[in-house]
Structures are given as C-alpha cells and as structure tokens.
Design a protein around this ligand. Sequence first.
Ligand code: NAI
Length: 330
Amino acid sequence: MKQITLINGDGIGPEISEAVVKIIDASGLKIDWDIQTAGADVMESEGTPLPERVLNSIKRNKVALKAPVTTPIGKGFRSVNVQLRKELDLYANLRPCKNLPNVKTKFDNVDIVVVRENTEDLYAGIERQIDNDTAESIKVITRKASERICRFAFDYALKNNRNEVCVVTKANIMKLSDGLFLECFRNVACDYPQISKREILVDNLCMQLVQNPSQFDVLVLPNLYGDIVSDLCAGLIGGLGVAQGANIGLEYAVFEPVHGSAPDIKGQNKANPTALLLSAIEMLKYIGENSYAQIIEKALFKTFSQGKFTKDLGGNLSTKEFTNLIIQNL
Ligand code: NAI
C-alpha cells in the first residue's frame, strides 16, 4: 500500500482533509496516510511549528498532501508553508486555473497555469528593523533559482501541449533583481524554439487578466507576484474554494490548495473541499494512479453538473453533504 504524508493543517484544514480522505477511500484506492501535525498547536507542544518528524515523513514518502496552516500576521513564527518549501527545495509552485463545469464565473475559457518561483524573492525572510520607524525586507533573486523555474515552466508547457510561456516582472523598476529574472527567462527560452514567448509587466498583467484572461497560457513569475497573481487567477475560476496547487522539487512534492486556513468559517461545516480534492487528484496523477484520479475527477464534475455546490459557490450544501454527494457519484 502506498504511504503518503498527510498534513491536516488547522482552521478548516481538518474538515477538508477528512472529506478528501473519505472520497479517496470510497474510490477504492487504498492509501496508508502518514498523518503529521504542524503549526501553532505543535509550536506550543514541541517548540517548533515544523518539527523534524514532519520533514522526515515527507522525505521518506516523497509525496505529501497538505491542508492549510495558519501563519501569525506581523509577529510570531515564520510560515510553515514557506519553511517546508525551503527545507525540501520545492522550488516550483504550480497552480493550474481552469473553468470548472457549471461553476459560474465572469469569463469562460480561462485555462491559465501559474508557475511561481517558490524559494526566494521577498519570501527569503531577510528582514531587519533599522529603527522604530523603519523596517527593511531584502528581495533576493538568483540566477540558479530563476533559470530552473523558467526551465520548469517551459518543460511543463512542452509536456502538457501548451503554446506560450509568458514571463511576468517589474524589470522596468527593479532593474537588477527582476532584470536578472527576465534575463534568465530569455536565456532559457532559446532552448524551446517550439514554444511562443511573451514578456509582460505585473501591473499590466493584472489589468489584462481581469479584462481578457483567455489570452494567457502559462505564466512564470518570481515568488511575490506569483503569490498574488495566483489568487487573482483563483478568483477567475470561482474563488479560493476551487483553486488547486502543488509544490514540486527534484525529489519531493507537496500538493496543497491555494487558499489558507479560513479561520472565519472554521468548524462550521461550510468549507469547500474542492481545492484540496483537486490538489489530491493531481497528486494521484503524479504517483501514477491515473485511473483513480479520473474516477474521482469525474465524480466531482458530475456533482457540479448537477448544480450542487457549497455556499462559497452559491450553493447550499455543507462540507459533509457535498462530500457525500461526490461519494454517491463515484
Ligand atoms: P484564506 O484563504 O484562509 O481565506 C480568504 C477567504 O476565502 C475567507 O473569506 C475564507 O473563508 C475563504 N475561503 C478560503 N478557503 C475556502 C474554502 N475552502 N471554502 C470556502 N471558503 C474559503 O486567507 P486568509 O484569511 O488571508 O488567511 C488565513 C490564514 O491562512 C493566514 O494565517 C495565512 O497565513 C494562512 N495561509 C496558509 C496557506 C497555506 O497553508 N498554504 C496559504 C494562504 C494563507
């Protein structure tokens, strides 16, 4: 039986994890879930929000499914999510955003893949307090990280029959850091003559995305712009409840939704498990369980086609009711 690390997370994490495990189990696929806890509660009991046992579990199993973990804002410990990506060198954050059946959105034909660099930029965590009234964050962009994320984006485009890769920067202002990212894109692009290339500034991209998103195919971005733009793209396909993601490195992969722990709806049986379920479906494809991935995806899409949704998508189903319907549709 395949062993996979499962990080249940906090906030709505445990509710949506339970739903997804139940659906996978009902599909007939047997997975030995290696359940690991992380975050604020673990910080209290073990002195760190991301203990070695969690990292060791992922290193052993190579693959993890992760529900969101809360990060304190403006104080407290460093994000578990950022640490995980760094410790395991999960350098590519992949966020496919495609319209779902029957989910009403402003635009049809959205099919964008956001490839976000995951290890550096302003998320390198290098900050200092200069004095009471001044703080500094350092933006780190390296040739190594920039070239490998651009190569990942082009390889993804080739493998998945995509036509264009568009690089997103603010290289007109940050001439050195974003300028280096752009230079790396141009260098790597020479190895992929069959793929079209495009360059755009991040502010223009945002305007174009909310006016005419179907013009975009694969986007490759440094960490911060990637974080923001992937939430924007999530909004284009129905919101955070349906936006899947994956963090991929050379050795390990962690599949997780784009959304956070949604403390505002925690424990209310309201959370939409779709984003975690779609992330799990991608995980099943990644480990070669394509037939189960298809069975589960079909059941989810059938449920949508029946007009059955959780509240965030305008429906009236609770997390549990929605989960049970997907199971009935398997
Ligand atoms: P959030 O994504 O948790 O919530 C934003 C809004 O979307 C809320 O109104 C929430 O109710 C709604 N929402 C999110 N997921 C939903 C779902 N599955 N079903 C229905 N509604 C959903 O973002 P927020 O509030 O900014 O962050 C909360 C916490 O999550 C923070 O501590 C943040 O650091 C953390 N976070 C963790 C992430 C991770 O573990 N990968 C990613 C993003 C944020």
